[in-house]
Design a protein around this ligand. Structure first.
Ligand code: 87F
Length: 479
């Protein structure tokens, strides 16, 4: 209650990012007007500010998927229980998170319906009907949709909620090789979305046996690192093998007339990515948006004085002109310049242009970059060129800074006690390791760390068993 009151009184953020990351995060998503809470815990409103970010990600991903031959479709959000449980492995462990529709009006349904937590089953029921011959393959469909998972852990906007948005791609291939090749192609599209659009560096690899999707043969993932030292799974791309094909009778006649099971993949990228970007780049003044994802990359704030009517008129018309010519956002609201500056800083707009009567007399404007707060006085003739170089520079420098942090946070370790130390310092350990659920349990017990994803191979001794191996894994605290 006090907190709530406080947030109305104080324009800035209640906590410093470096002091209390969780409090900072919860506050910034509200004050930057990305999120609104609702009366259902874990179900949040994506306000225009965050939905526009999602749309930009959708545009990038959707066009990359299409280049890989993927088409969009839409499957229903209600899945009969018998269908959801047809492939038992994949729901095991997730069962407590499934939300159910049990009634239509007052009438109890003869079979309850799951609200889609993921769409393998509903999609593969159709796939079983559609695929007959090798000529029907590969089948590559994607859907953009919402999913519901009745989480009991503390919800956090974007990072963990009971309803979120994502895309899920589901493909069927004639061979394991073709399927596996796509798993990595998709993982690379996801990596580019994180690194090139969101300016967030990621680790890419394969999940451990204990951490992979139970319905999959292989789960690959991207992992990102928050400034508080906790890692977070950024997305996944699975090779499902033929397990679902067997459950859903997805078979085809190959060129020699032999009946074969389809080799399947599924892959997903969600609105969690927005939360990761916020956590990685934000600062004590609010959000910091990479230019390529910012719905408004440049805002122009004219500064006028009631005593100087003519000068003010001039300022307004030049500001309007700049915005019309370059597609920048004009903020000429009747509010003090300071409060307008603070609002755009909170919202993370990459570049702010300030323009007052005195600037105009000199034929200049003041250009302020959000990431470093650096100011430059720039001549009006050169402002467009200056800003376009600046936006590129901000995009690059946000990535470089985050990459430095990630690289500096990865420490090679060769024993469990070393790993424990590294993880306690908020870092990620990379260790030679034999992947097994028992070895994973041991790591968790001794160090408190979870396996994140696999790392490049290098010879050494497994930190748990002492066996000579070349497989390596990243370990760290995670969300
Ligand atoms: C919750 C309830 C029921 C995750 C669940 O990763 C089932 C599930 O299967 C479930 N939560 N999963 C795994 C989702 C696997 C896979 N689906 C397509 C992805 C990417 C997109």
């Amino acid at each position: 209650m006090l907190n709530h009151f406080y947030s109305f009184m104080v324009k800035g953020l209640v906590a410093k990012k470096s002091d209390d990351f969780s409090a900072w995060y919860a506050d910034v998503v509200l004050k930057a007007e990305l999120i609104e809470h609702t009366s259902v815990s874990g179900c949040m409103v994506y306000r225009p500010g965050s939905f526009a970010i999602w749309e930009a990600l959708q545009r990038f991903l959707d066009s990359e998927f299409k280049k890989l031959g993927v088409q969009n479709a839409y499957f229903p959000s209600l899945i009969p229980e018998s269908l959801l449980t047809k492939e038992a492995d994949h729901v095991e462990g997730f069962a407590p998170e499934v939300a159910w529709v049990t009634h239509g009006g007052d009438k109890e349904l003869s079979e309850r319906l799951a609200i889609r937590p993921t769409s393998e089953t509903i999609m593969y029921e159709s796939y079983g009907k559609w695929i007959r011959s090798y000529r029907d393959l590969p089948l590559k469909l994607n859907q953009w949709c919402n999913v519901v998972r009745w989480e009991f852990k503390h919800p956090r906007p974007f990072l963990r909620g009971r309803e979120f948005l994502w895309q899920e791609g589901h493909t069927v291939h004639a061979s394991e090789e073709s399927a596996r090749q796509e798993v990595y192609a998709i993982l690379d599209v996801y990596r580019r979305a994180y690194e090139e659009i969101l300016a967030v560096p990621v680790l890419a690899g394969a999940k451990s046996i204990a951490e992979r999707f139970a319905g999959a043969d292989t789960t690959t993932s991207l992992e990102a690192l928050f400034p508080d030292g906790k890692a977070v799974q950024a997305c996944t791309s699975h090779y499902l093998g033929t397990g679902f094909a067997q459950a859903f009778n997805i078979t085809f006649l190959d060129a020699s007339g032999q009946q074969q099971f389809g080799h399947q993949n599924s892959w997903g990228f969600s609105t969690r990515s927005i939360g990761i970007m916020i956590g990685v780049h934000g600062d004590d003044k609010g959000l910091v948006l990479p230019p390529r994802i910012a719905p408004v990359p440049v805002v122009v704030v004219p500064i006028t004085f009631s005593k100087d009517k003519e000068g003010s008129q001039n300022v307004l018309s030049v500001a309007q002109d700049l915005c019309d010519t370059h597609g920048w956002h004009l903020d000429n609201r009747d509010q003090s310049p300071g409060s307008r500056f603070a609002e755009w800083e909170m919202k993370g707009i990459p570049v702010r242009i300030e323009l007052g009567p005195r600037d105009l007399q000199n034929n200049t404007v003041v250009v302020v970059r959000r990431d470093t707060s650096e100011k430059a006085v720039v001549s009006l003739n050169e402002v467009a060129q200056h800003v376009s170089v600046l936006l590129e520079d901000i995009q690059k420098s946000l990535f470089v800074q985050a990459k430095k942090h990630l690289d500096a946070s990865i420490v090679e370790v060769s024993s469990l006690s070393e790993l424990k130390d590294v993880v306690e310092q908020g870092k990620i350990g990379v260790a030679c390791w034999v992947d097994s659920p028992e070895n994973e349990e041991e790591i968790k017990k001794v160090t408190g760390a979870k396996s994140l994803t696999s790392a490049s191979e290098k010879e050494g001794m497994c930190v748990v068993s002492g066996k000579k191996v070349s497989s390596r894994h990243y370990f760290g605290k995670s969300y």
